[in-house]
Write a protein that binds this ligand. Sequence first.
Ligand code: MRU
Length: 344
Amino acid sequence: MSEILTTAIHWYGDQLELLDQRRLPTTESWWSMTTAEDTAAAISAMAVRGAPAIGIAAAYGLVLSARQQGDTASRETLQQARDTLAASRPTAVNLRHALERLDAVMGEHTGSELAARLEEQAVALHTEDLERNRRLAEHGAMLFTNRVRIYTHCNTGGLATGGHGTALGIIRTAHEKGILQHVYAGETRPWLQGSRLTMWELLRDKIPASLVIDSCAGELMRQQAVDAVVVGADRVTANGDVANKIGTYGLAVLAHQHGLPFIVAAPCATLDPDTVTGADIVIEERDPAEVTAPGGQPMAPADCPVYNPAFDITPASLVTAIVTEEGIIARPEGGDIAAHLTGC
Ligand code: MRU
């Protein structure tokens, strides 16, 4: 039953290696980077993805920049690299929080001392993430007592985090406790994080699971084959609205219609009390070619107009519970988010 610790981020002091998630499940290839610009490019291109993993990679990217600058490194000289990393993907608040954590040591040091302090923070962010996810998963698994059948979306596992995962972490822990009956993983168009990544992780850990196409979710619920929907988040606003992978909102509506719990796993670093509601979140729009020609294979007329938002907003009113490493925010509508953060 023991978990194979999936990790997609390796740090070697002067080099960052990222498992290129675009090539999974067929090829496990590592992309090595030595600059903040390479790292930002890997984030934008989705070689590394998932809110916590993006934050960790960006933190290491800034360390690489400080290392490159040597004795001249300072808050001012690192500003451009920081801006490039911060702009690499707009929706996941973990990226902003990771860079803000590094800001805290930025004004206090320069040169190699600054690089060392930044590295300390980046490594701590990375290692703490695994421990936080395990705690989150313990809280989340307590929501279930019987042998539960869970529907999940996108990839929220070891690949998307410092290890264990958030929503997938809850699933893993439920499996370890013997209370998981089955997982349905939605394939998650257009990048197929569900089929390529989540199923890869679930199969490695021998967790009973079936892949379904996204539009199968409603039918599964009608058949009473699902007991709960458990998803991750890229940002939770002050009022409890949730930004997550496109398709999440539709699942929340379906869960509501079928009287099923809709559970959001969101570590404290994903909570954003500074943003008032989901309407204030910048939703990333991505290249039309991801929809018209996934993997370079044409699936639509070449000149087909496309709307391709990477995320959607689920209103707090549809969320049954938000699970963090500090506990459970039940029925978050009305905004308990800032109060909860005081415990984080
Ligand atoms: O576009 P992605 O693959 O980065 O989107 C990932 C998600 O939406 C995840 O659900 C979210 O980042 C949480 S990962 C623990």
